[in-house]
Design a protein around this ligand. Structure first.
Ligand code: SAM
Length: 272
């Protein structure tokens, strides 16, 4: 690995990055995020007469869950590729639209409920993302917002961060998204939800395993592609982290699977 690669920022805020991720996201991440999306949607009082918005829908985990209640769902994402994938689900009660969650091109109070699963926390202006969710939700309507409980995120990101911290406790992990760190705490999440225009937040913790398939050593090597996410490691440190990761997987794998427990915070609240 080149040391200059290690300083690259994560492209979370570039729709072109997500456009390229659609197939991989749907195969590897959506089955995992769906577990949390289903839990979040189940906490919303919605049904066939409801209008629901899913902000940063990705491949549509929460939109699909909300649509199963019979609600009319508007699924928005800034990635044209993600929007095209949600349209291809061809659910009659899901309308997918490309737009920035920080400035929704939608009228005030248009929805009975708003949901965002691991979306708003990535926005550069996550406060604007939360405010926009509140603006488009009618008074008395509801919201469900899912974020990771760790500033390191979840799944492979979390595992790698844990290994780096164990090996190099003084290494400062640069946070690519301030919302990820700010909202990774129940009290701060509740405070942010209130500041955005919601009331009576209830924050629930939910943990699920991210299951990494490790049958093929090439799959494990793919993890090393995440290495640039931690800038400041030199080549020797990167190699040591890769060795520790491989050894941990070998020790803790169950057959072809390696479980990475990841905890989310789900805030539900009412629009004032
Ligand atoms: C981690 S994925 C979550 C997708 C989905 N909600 C799920 O739980 O599987 C983050 C999504 O946020 C979208 N996104 C990031 N920044 C955005 C923005 N400013 N406006 C709208 N969507 C955004 C990305 O395109 C991506 O689809």
């Amino acid at each position: 690995m080149q040391s200059n690669e290690q300083a690259k920022p994560l492209p979370y805020n570039d729709p072109a990055h997500w456009d390229k991720m659609v197939a991989a996201y749907e195969a590897q991440s959506q089955p995992f995020t769906t577990l949390f999306a289903n839990a979040a949607v189940a906490r919303l009082p919605i049904g066939a007469s409801s209008k629901v918005i899913d902000v940063a829908t990705g491949t549509g985990a929460a939109a699909l869950a909300a649509a199963r209640t019979g609600a009319a769902v508007t699924a928005i994402d800034f990635s044209a590729g993600m929007v095209a994938r949600v349209r291809a689900h061809a659910r009659p009660n899901i309308e997918a639209r490309q737009m920035d969650g920080q400035a929704l091109d939608l009228p005030d109070a248009a929805f009975d409920a708003a949901v965002s699963i691991f979306g708003v926390m990535l926005f550069p202006d996550w406060r604007a993302g939360l405010r926009e969710m509140a603006r488009v939700t009618r008074s008395g309507g509801s919201a469900a917002i899912a974020v990771w409980k760790s500033a390191d995120g979840a799944a492979v990101h979390l595992l790698l961060a844990q290994i780096i911290r164990r090996l190099y406790p003084d290494h400062v992990t640069p946070m690519p998204c301030t919302g990820l760190a700010e909202l990774a705490d129940p009290t701060r999440l509740a405070t942010a939800v209130i500041a955005a225009g919601f009331a009576d937040p209830v924050v629930t913790e939910i943990t699920h395993d991210f299951t990494l398939k490790v049958a093929n050593p090439a799959d494990i090597d793919k993890l090393f592609e995440f290495m640039p996410h931690w800038s400041g490691l030199d080549a020797g440190q990167s190699a040591a982290v890769a060795r520790a990761l491989r050894s941990e997987i070998e020790q803790r794998r169950t057959g072809d699977s390696f479980a990475i427990p990841s905890t989310a915070l789900i805030a539900t609240a009412q629009r004032t």
